[in-house]
Design a protein around this ligand. Sequence first.
Ligand SMILES: CC(C)(COP(=O)(O)OP(=O)(O)OC[C@H]1O[C@@H](n2cnc3c(N)ncnc32)[C@H](O)[C@@H]1OP(=O)(O)O)[C@@H](O)C(=O)NCCC(=O)NCCS
Length: 410
Amino acid sequence: MSRPEAKAFPFPVGIDALSAHVPDTFLSLDDLAEARGVPPEKISVGLGSFEMAVTPPWEDTVTIAANAAEKPLRLGQVDPGEIGLLVVGTETAVDHAKPVATFLHELLGLPSACRTFEVKHACYGGTAGVTLAADWVRSPSSRGRKALVVAADIARYDLGSSAEFTQGAGAAAMVISRDPRLLEIDPRGGTFTRNVYDFWRPLDRREALVDGKFSIDCYLDALSGATADFAAAHDLADTSSLLDRFEAMLYHTPFPKMAMKAHQRFAEATGRAADAADTARRLVEPWLAMSRRVGNSYTASLYLGLAWLASTGGRLDGREISLFSYGSGCCAEFFTGRFAPGSQEIGRTIDAAGLLARRSRLSVEEYERFSRAKPGESPGAGPSSGFFLARLKDDRRLYERAGATGAVAA
Ligand SMILES: CC(C)(COP(=O)(O)OP(=O)(O)OC[C@H]1O[C@@H](n2cnc3c(N)ncnc32)[C@H](O)[C@@H]1OP(=O)(O)O)[C@@H](O)C(=O)NCCC(=O)NCCS
């Protein structure tokens, strides 16, 4: 079956604005390694991780999503009235039936004529949202309106488990529109799906279960499969030039070393194994800063990498990048995007470095207290700004806003 050429798509669609949010508190992984009796180099060198975001009990997936998504509205990058679709990709929802998106819809003051729902496929849910939102923008049902896609998660494993070092949290919000000001997305991504039990979270558990080593193998196999489908979608008989084509290669990053393993596999799969290390230094490593200091943010992880690139990468206009999304279970996608003219203006507003610099460091004791607290409790100073979970009443979540940081009313 023949595939459509890029020129067959009538107008460019992609990310018009991008913003990020990470919790205000973090833990040094050196401190955690010492407390757990693990050599610190196993974490800093073996996993490539230095710090992880710790979510205080007054934040949950709704608040980290809302705190990311209100920024493009507050900065005037998008008018709430233009949004006709709101999708939240998450694997750490707050309710089995009521989607995170409905809370956001109210907190952000979006119009009632708006399709609103949540998407789950482990860490792939954000990309599922981005790709379907882009297809919606291309379709007649969008009527020229824009979509808001938020990828938000809190990664939790059991205290004392080996996966404890790969926790974290964060959110990325993306306005998807035609003629995007940040990144035009090529709709011809390569996909791969297979039913595997590498990472899962039964409905009654807050902490995820994982077969760690198996999950790494599943990720790498899915990368090979998605890359092969990408080659088919682009009629590429020879993929060896792909390594020379991109300005940056972003991989889903549950821990930084995983992106390096992924790049090694990509180089091997495209017949360029000998160039893996050199190209990783240039194309992969510089964009791992968020992952090194925030930890795993599941659906948001890939897009926090994009946030760091767009925010600190300088002038990228016209440059092409690749993005690889992996969700355990599993589904994966390898796709590409090209930075729009003037993209630096949008990139600058993300201020990814500022997000990291404004956080405060917790002791291991404070981290454990936060981890064991019930949602909505305040075993500390409490929130100083932004949306927060005020309380639970009859199993209903009630949100408020602290500080005066903008025009969006809760
Ligand atoms: C990532 C994970 C599997 C690590 O498991 P672990 O049993 O604690 O760690 P390992 O023994 O495999 O060691 C991790 C790395 O540190 C290295 N290492 C171990 N001790 C070290 C030391 N003292 N100094 C330097 N490196 C060291 C290991 O060689 C290994 O590197 P490699 O994978 O390149 O060989 C585990 O944290 C996990 O399950 N995380 C959640 C799942 C996940 O993120 N999956 C990813 C795909 S979605």
